[in-house]
Design a protein around this ligand. Structure first.
Ligand code: NAD
Ligand code: UD1
Length: 337
């Protein structure tokens, strides 16, 4: 199939491109490189021994999107492009809505014009807000607590309204839990700008000596060890979920929603311990205040994805931490050359 991948130079996009190429798909990747480097795509081609077309462009450029879809006879779009820093989204909300919502609208207009009706969208477990219970199923109430989360929810709504208005569309909403890890080659991985906000990249930078110690944000949550519990999922499992969704839902009209998680929660201290084991180093830490907006626990019920997509996560904590460490130790400065 001929697929347009937006944001394909980024963390999840680049890992997904590997599996798409390996499955024989033809890829046109567009990315404005606002949060990534083109080197990630060179590595994707090195790993797979196959080539893809990369165009540096912005999804808000409707004309460019339309022309690319037309000239490459695109059949489906996998839409990763977006801004994703929760804290930053509260400081510059207009940029977040412009990029994530405005960008998606431009992309959808180009798709309509080019008559491409298959869309797979990167949503997030953040759309469940602070869930009343765990595990979380797809029919839980939806809400948001920050502009990033609202932008995901708004795009979900726009895609749902579009599908309802024109039933030939196939719209797939993938709600990711906490993606971690890297391709087992160690050639690509997560490369956050500045000091990481997320737990695993932070721990990895403590392990490599770029940061002094981990701050554990609160140890008085109502969880077994008092620290926050999340559903960490290996990025290669997540990538596999995209392939499954593409194969199942392309030209299968409807609105399809899936949790992509493992169904298993781990605490901050469990993650720290697992990483220390993988890298054979101490990870010093202090307990600090809770981070505003954080919830106690969050993990998926992945049964629907298993049933409808025949997909489930296969990689455990050991692979997540070992693969993250291989990438971090091989390239301590990420894609910086
Ligand atoms: P990422 O920042 O590594 O990748 C996003 C890519 O999109 C980057 O390469 C960036 O340069 C590009 N981009 C941003 N705005 C663009 C625009 N206007 N035009 C073209 N390219 C643009 O992030 P990621 O972790 O790979 O996340 C991919 C998607 O998954 C995002 O939509 C994100 O919100 C969503 N998501 C991520 C997580 C996570 O923890 N990583 C969790 C849930 C959902
Ligand atoms: C964050 C985002 C969420 C996004 C998700 C996916 C916030 C508030 N939420 O979720 O919208 O969908 O990433 O990537 O940013 N922790 C520490 N010390 C640290 C960093 C994190 O103790 O230095 C703890 C947190 O309190 C939390 C857990 O580690 O309990 C995971 O945090 P993080 O990796 O930031 O992910 P989420 O908060 O789940």
């Amino acid at each position: 199939m001929k697929i347009l991948v937006t944001g394909g130079a980024g963390y999840i996009g680049s890992h997904t491109c590997i599996l798409l190429l390996e499955a024989g798909h033809t890829l046109v990747v567009i990315d404005n490189l606002s949060n990534s480097k083109a080197l990630s795509l060179s590595r994707v081609q090195e790993i797979t021994g196959q080539s893809l077309v990369f165009v540096q462009a912005d999804i808000r450029d409707e004309t460019a999107m339309f022309e690319l879809m037309k000239s490459h006879a695109i059949e489906a779009v996998i839409h990763f492009a977006g801004l994703k820093a929760v804290g930053e989204s509260s400081q510059i909300p207009v940029n977040y809505y412009d990029n994530n919502v405005g960008g998606t609208l431009a992309l959808l207009k180009a798709m309509q014009k080019a008559e491409v009706y298959n869309m797979i969208f990167s949503s997030s477990a953040t759309v469940y807000g602070d869930p009343q219970t765990v595990p979380i199923t797809e029919d839980f109430p939806l809400t948001a607590t920050n502009p990033y989360g609202w932008s995901k929810l708004m795009v979900e709504q726009i895609l749902s309204d579009l599908q309802a208005s024109d039933p030939q569309w196939s719209v797939t909403l993938l709600r990711y839990f906490n993606p971690v890890g890297a391709h087992p080659s160690g050639l690509i991985g997560e490369d956050p700008n500045g000091i990481p906000n997320n737990l695993l990249p932070y721990i990895a930078q403590v392990a490599i000596g770029r940061l002094e110690k981990l701050s554990v944000f609160g140890d008085d949550y109502p969880t077994p060890d008092g620290t926050g519990v999340r559903d960490y999922i290996h990025v290669m499992d997540l990538a596999k979920g995209h392939l499954a969704a593409l194969e199942r839902n392309t030209n299968r009209a409807g609105r399809h929603v899936y949790n992509l998680g493992t169904g298993q929660g781990y605490s901050v201290l469990e993650m720290r311990e697992a990483f220390a084991k993988a890298c054979q180093r101490e990870i010093p830490y202090v307990v600090s205040e809770r981070r505003p907006g954080d919830i106690a626990e969050c993990w998926a019920d992945p049964a629907w994805a298993q049933q409808d997509l025949d997909w489930s996560a296969e990689l455990g904590l050991e692979e997540m931490t070992t693969d993250a460490w291989r990438w971090q130790s091989r390239f301590p400065n990420g894609f910086e050359e």
